[in-house]
Design a protein around this ligand. Structure first.
Ligand code: AP5
Length: 213
């Protein structure tokens, strides 16, 4: 199954993608996580991407499309994948279609989490992430068992550098301008499913799986 989780920054894409990974045993392909790994490794691409990410701007399409092309060719994607945070522009969506066509694949479902901007800001302000395994928590809505410690690997939780109010506002603005127009693109393809992402976490998960039944 080839899936995509879609929505504004902080809409819950990464959180819900983890449940899809567990259920279908297919990899989550998060461009945000891949870029953060490249920054941690101090690669040239990572250092270039960091300039954009720190400001809440999108990394150039050519960089992102190159990363995705290489990743989708890896062995573990043969039985399916979950795209998280890609595509974010029309150019990226068209490039993805081309990549899928060339490899004889098709996108089965775009799961879009709809969350109002005010709630997004609240969610991002309270988000804490594991610096080792990338697991995501929230200080109020999705608490770790032990405060500030990852449930899965015991590493200290941190706040992402781009999770500050000014950067989040910019990320939201870029989402509405450059990414939200993709909703029509995927509606026309007949693969788009809208989910009320503002509900309590487990209800969002329930709705997501109903759309895949
Ligand atoms: P990326 O890492 O993809 O960030 P994002 O899209 O801004 O999304 P987030 O990871 O912030 O949010 P999410 O939807 O996964 O929410 P989460 O589940 O964590 O990208 C970062 C940057 O990289 C971009 O700004 C850009 O610069 C660059 N980039 C990446 N991809 C790119 C691309 N394709 N093109 C160009 N540039 C690219 O949830 C958020 C919080 O809410 C958590 O604390 C969670 O616990 C909580 N939560 C989740 N669901 C619920 C719920 N139902 N109720 C209450 N709380 C909830």
């Amino acid at each position: 199954m080839n899936l995509m989780v879609f929505g504004a920054p902080g809409a819950g894409k990464g959180t819900q993608a983890k449940f899809l990974v567990e259920k279908y045993n297919i990899p989550q392909i998060s461009t945000g996580d891949m870029l953060r790994a490249a920054i941690a490794d101090k690669t040239a691409m990572g250092m270039e991407a960091k300039k954009y990410m720190d400001e809440g701007e999108l990394v150039p399409d050519s960089t992102i499309i190159g990363i995705i092309k290489d990743r989708l060719e890896e062995e573990d994607c043969k039985k399916g994948f979950i795209l998280d945070g890609f595509p974010r522009t029309l150019n990226q969506a068209v490039a993805l279609e081309e990549l899928m066509k060339n490899s004889g694949k098709k996108l089965d479902k775009v799961l879009s989490f709809d969350v109002p901007d005010e709630l997004i800001i609240q969610r991002i302000a309270g988000r804490r992430v594991c610096s080792k395994c990338g697991a995501t928590f929230h200080i109020e809505f999705n608490k770790p068992k032990v405060q500030d410690i990852c449930d899965y690997c015991g590493t200290a939780l941190v706040t992402r550098k781009d999770d500050n109010v000014d950067t989040v506002k910019n990320r939201l603005e870029n989402y509405h301008k450059q990414t939200a127009p993709l909703i029509d693109f995927y509606k026309k393809m007949g693969v788009f499913a809208q989910i009320d992402g503002s509900q309590e976490l487990s209800l969002v998960t329930e709705d997501m799986f109903k759309n895949l039944a």
